[in-house]
Design a protein around this ligand. Structure first.
Ligand SMILES: Cc1cc2nc3c(=O)[nH]c(=O)nc-3n(C[C@H](O)[C@H](O)[C@H](O)COP(=O)(O)O)c2cc1C
Ligand code: SF4
Ligand code: SF4
Length: 290
């Protein structure tokens, strides 16, 4: 049986948790493959028996980029699917919403959960040596209790499937209140994010430290950055993954003035390297081998 861990990670947290979960399942008699949604078009993702879809929570849901990807994937045809996500504080019904999305595509929802990690929505706004920055750097990433619990729950289901139990025996009943708008708290939270996000995405710029290296343009998952005369220009398709801000080697990308000389996050191990869908050959050094 092949389990595909398919995920998106803007700034490294979900990438880390995806690998963490895979390590917890290393002793299961299951073939495990990790793949970023940036590595392969959705339509081509077919070669698996069970799916574990992972993403960072954005406004109590998955990023629009991920929603679009899940909608374009081949129908589940009765295959099982888990959903896991990373969050800064509050995931709302992000897991259920995405299980629901997958169920509508013909997958059998098998459950999932969320893992608390540093909130990358705020990290670029805090001073470099603030208490919050230290907490993010010093958290014990070798022992993530919520990831351990999630891994165990999912391992129980995987073991049952390997033992020959039918996937329908593990079908999760999705809550009735899972309408497209979610709960009231989710809606208020999402509205606040949307308002702040709409303002923030129009305030991106690169300061005088920019060397014109072009890394931001190559890493943006929305292809929202173009280098013109050696300087980045930001279009209107940003979904605020915060990757360019944290990945710029000069810390030159800013949202207005509020991110200038503030903290930058390079993932739990300080070495996150995003995977792009169609890298040019000379970019192969940006790749992480699973
Ligand atoms: C645009 C945006 C929206 C976010 N919305 C939420 C949210 O609603 N709830 C929450 O707990 N964390 C939220 N976060 C924090 C991320 O979910 C969290 O930091 C996640 O671990 C980032 O994962 P990544 O490094 O894989 O991109 C948000 C982050 C961003 C950039
Ligand atoms: S990654 Fe930073 S230094 Fe390189 S082009 Fe983009 S803004 Fe400039
Ligand atoms: S412009 Fe930056 S924050 Fe926006 S989608 Fe691209 S990489 Fe993410």
């Amino acid at each position: 049986m092949k389990l595909l861990i398919l995920y998106f990670s803007g700034t490294g947290n979900t990438d880390y948790v995806a690998h963490y979960l895979a390590r917890q399942w290393a002793n299961l008699p299951v073939e495990i493959e990790l793949r970023s949604v940036e590595q392969q078009p959705a339509e081509a993702v077919t070669d698996f028996d069970v799916l574990a879809a992972g993403f960072p929570v954005y406004a109590c849901d998955s990023p629009p980029f991920v929603q679009d990807y899940l909608d374009r994937m081949a129908p589940g045809e009765g295959r099982g699917a888990f959903v896991f996500c990373t969050k800064g504080a509050w995931a709302g019904s992000a897991v259920w919403r995405n299980l629901h999305r997958l169920a509508e595509r013909g997958y059998v929802p098998l459950g999932g959960g969320s893992v608390t990690m540093p909130g990358t929505d705020g990290l670029a706004l805090i001073p470099k040596n603030s208490r919050m920055a230290r907490m993010a750097l010093e958290k014990d990433y070798d022992h993530l209790e919520d990831a351990d619990r999630l891994a165990e729950q999912m391992a129980n289901v995987l073991s049952g499937l390997v033992a020959g139990q039918p996937v329908q025996a593990f079908r999760q009943r999705l809550p009735r209140r899972l309408n497209p708008n979610g709960g009231l708290f989710d809606r208020v939270w999402a509205f606040l994010y949307e308002s702040v996000g709409n303002y923030a995405r129009t305030r991106f710029w690169a300061d005088e430290r920019c060397t014109g290296c072009g890394l931001c343009a190559r890493l943006c998952p929305a292809n929202n950055i173009e280098l013109r005369e050696g300087h980045p220009h930001f279009a209107d398709d940003c979904f605020l993954c915060m990757r360019c801000i944290h990945a710029c080697p000069q810390e030159a990308i800013q949202i207005g003035k509020i991110t200038v000389n503030k903290f930058r996050w390079h993932g739990p191990r300080g070495d996150f390297k995003p995977l792009r869908l169609r890298p040019r050959p000379e970019e192969s050094s940006l790749h992480v081998n699973n």
